[in-house]
Design a protein around this ligand. Structure first.
Ligand code: IPE
Ligand code: IPE
Ligand code: MG
Length: 257
């Protein structure tokens, strides 16, 4: 039994956890290995964390797997990552279905090689009816790409006379983001000791609690996830209000927090 897990308040779980899975390359290089060795081992962490989230009953898990900027890496690394992605999806679809996990993808799929986008499309269809954990893979994703796409679509609608610019609200904008079907992440974890967002969910993370750990992604396991959740549960989320107001809300009848 895990002591850390037992301390988690299951009534106050983050609905949506987003993770920047960083540090694969350094993990491998520290072992005198090629960077791809790190990506390969990073898949084991993905498996463990997806399982951990499903066991806890987390609603949404978004994993930043490949950014728009990552296309600029050496060709051999990009190709290696694409092949690893396809192979992993092929191997894991059965497990996803067994655990009632639904796969989603956000990002610019037009950039992916055809064999990869076909494999993904199939996995999305095969898991579409699952009702448990929503696993969102951010692939060829960047926030600036997403926001630019949203603006372009909005402009098109206005141009076609289908949308009145004066009627645009935050809700309207959110409908044009690739995350329109998901609630905003409440907890964002970045591994490997970097303290930055790297173009990840800039709009959606507005009020997320940020958690940074020096653990490299291939070493990140359920215990590390529990630590992050416990840290999250110890924070006071104020959303611009004062602490006194938040405390008052907590005392209100019917409040679960
Ligand atoms: C994260 O690990 C995986 C991807 C970005 C695809 P990195 O490959 O960025 O590893 P480091 O940061 O160089 O150690
Ligand atoms: C962010 O990591 C992207 C992913 C984890 C997929 P990077 O390693 O690409 O980010 P930077 O370059 O350190 O900001
Ligand atoms: Mg990195």
């Amino acid at each position: 039994m895990s002591v850390l897990k037992d301390n988690i308040d299951l009534k106050r779980l983050p609905r949506h956890i987003a993770i920047i899975m960083d540090g694969n390359g350094r993990w491998a290089q520290e072992k005198g290995q090629d960077r791809l060795f790190g990506h390969f081992h990073g898949v084991e962490s993905v498996r463990d964390i997806v399982e951990g989230c499903a066991e806890l009953g987390i609603g949404y898990l978004t994993l930043y797997a490949f950014s728009t900027e990552n296309w600029d890496r050496p060709a051999y690394e990009v190709t290696g990552l694409m092949e690893l992605l396809v192979e992993t999806i092929r191997k894991e679809v059965e497990t996803l279905n067994k655990n009632n996990i639904r796969l989603h993808v956000i990002g610019d799929m037009t950039m992916l090689p055809e064999y990869a986008s076909l494999e993904l499309k199939e996995a999305l269809e095969l898991t579409a009816a699952n009702t448990g954990l929503n696993l969102v893979m951010a692939l060829s994703y960047s926030s600036r790409w997403e926001l630019t796409e949203a603006v372009r679509s909005l402009a098109r609608e206005v141009n076609a006379g289908k949308l009145d610019p004066e009627s645009i609200t935050q809700d309207t904008l959110e409908q044009y983001l690739s995350t329109k079907d998901f609630p905003d992440p409440e907890l964002m974890i970045r591994t490997s000791g970097e303290y930055r967002i790297s173009n990840f969910l800039l709009y959606q993370l507005a009020y997320a609690e940020l958690y940074f750990t020096s653990v490299r992604w291939p070493d990140f396991r359920k215990q590390d996830l529990y630590e992050a959740i416990l840290d999250f549960q110890g924070r006071e989320r104020r959303f611009g209000k004062t602490s006194a107001q938040i405390q008052q809300d907590l005392m209100a009848p019917g409040s679960t927090f």
